[in-house]
Write a protein that binds this ligand. Structure first.
Ligand SMILES: *Cc1c(COP(=O)(O)O)cnc(C)c1O
Length: 378
């Protein structure tokens, strides 16, 4: 059997080994340390934001971003239904209620028209809105111009879930530079990884301090362990920050490799009736984290899941897009404004192996398996 080809496996090598060993040998094994400080500095420089706080995960970053804005029970938080559960879970941790907004067909990103309608109706009903949390789906930046305009018009803080979109740009400004706060994830399958980790970025110094405080068990600055708030153990370890610093050096190179995969898949499906590359014709707002296709069964005579099963036989991983949150049993009670778009994307979308560590040989294997399937299903 051929080796398994994954959707997006970690891309680490000599540089990561070097940085990690240096950190290990420096003696900074405890959480925090010089690599955490440098990682924060390098990320805030890269994104162009004043403050960056390294945290143990993207989920932790979302949780603290919400808490630092005072979000809690009684609040509704408007977020994308087309996302990974972490976004909705972080909202639930605070006691607030997620309110799910459907998406645009091209990008899967929050539909600004629906967001506007939800803001209007919830405000009219006297519902307090704690925050708007749009998600840059699969690395495609949302239309921050429109969404931040709506957020300020309604006086609601914008917390950008940029977990998937490090390296993407909207209107000349990087993902992560938008909103009162933005968060990134460095989980193992993301565009760059610390094995597990996340970061919160903001230009608000008081907010950054509050987040640091809450992330370190809310310890008062005295030696005898004084606490006036419930805190969390959410900081990133120094060893993992070292790994992140090496990944950041290689980020642009890794993005280029993913972009090249996108180009390859575009050619592979060029002229195949009923299959399109997800994300439309423009790649300008994208970091190419994952490449997905949309299969129209009426035109092809097969479903996305048929292709997925054929790839699985060749030991190639592929996955549907996220299953929308409003269809998840755990959130069945949550309110929202949905129109079927995310459900259709869930049913017709398929994500293909896109990792920056995927070799040309592996990619050819994916291409050959796809071609075999298309030929036998013509
Ligand atoms: C990965 C992800 C997160 C959570 O990040 P972790 O580091 O895994 O906690 C949050 N939101 C989205 C959209 C993600 O894809």
């Amino acid at each position: 059997m051929n080796d398994r080809i994954y959707l997006s496996s970690p891309d680490v090598g000599d540089l990561e080994e070097k940085y990690l060993l240096q950190a290990l040998r420096s003696g900074w094994i405890a959480p925090l340390g010089p690599d955490v400080d440098l990682f924060e500095q390098e990320m805030s420089d890269r994104i162009g934001r004043r403050y960056a706080v390294a945290l143990s995960s993207g989920t932790a970053a979302l949780h603290l971003a919400l808490l630092a804005h005072g979000v809690g029970p009684g609040d509704a938080v408007l977020t994308s239904t087309m996302t990974f559960a972490a976004t909705a879970n972080a909202i639930a941790y605070t006691g607030a209620e997620p309110f799910f907004i459907d998406c645009l067909p091209d990008s899967g990103n929050m539909d600004p028209e629906l967001l506007k309608a939800a803001l209007e109706s919830l405000t009219a009903a006297g519902q307090r809105i704690g925050a708007i949390v749009p998600v840059d789906l699969l690395g495609k930046a949302v239309d921050y111009t429109v969404i931040s305009g709506l957020a300020s018009a309604y006086g609601v803080p914008l917390i950008a879930d940029a977990a998937e979109s490090l390296g993407a740009v909207h209107d000349g400004r990087p993902a992560g530079a938008w909103g009162e706060v933005a968060i990134f994830s460095f989980n193992g399958n993301k565009i760059m990884t610390t094995s597990g980790g996340g970061m919160l970025l903001t230009d608000d110094g008081a907010l950054a301090s509050r987040v640091r405080y809450l992330a370190t068990q809310a310890r008062q600055p005295v030696i005898h362990y004084e606490h006036t708030d419930v805190g969390y153990n959410y900081r990133l370890s120094n060893l993992l920050a070292a790994l992140g610093r090496a990944q950041l050096v290689r980020l642009d190179e890794m993005i280029l490799r993913r972009q090249d995969h996108r180009r390859y898949y575009r050619q592979l499906f060029d002229g195949v009736t009923g299959i399109s590359i997800f994300g439309g014709d423009t790649d300008t707002y994208d970091n190419f984290w994952l490449t997905s296709i949309v299969v129209d069964p009426a035109a092809t005579g097969f479903n996305a899941s048929d292709l997925s099963s054929a790839l699985a036989v060749s030991n190639i991983e592929s996955r549907p897009l996220w299953k929308p949150m409003h269809l998840q049993p755990v959130f069945r009670q949550a309110r929202g404004l949905t129109n079927g778009t995310s459900q259709r994307l869930f049913e017709t979308g398929l994500t293909l192996p896109s990792g920056s560590a995927m070799s040309a040989i592996s990619r050819e294997r994916v291409g050959a398996a796809v071609t075999d399937f298309l030929v036998s299903n013509r």
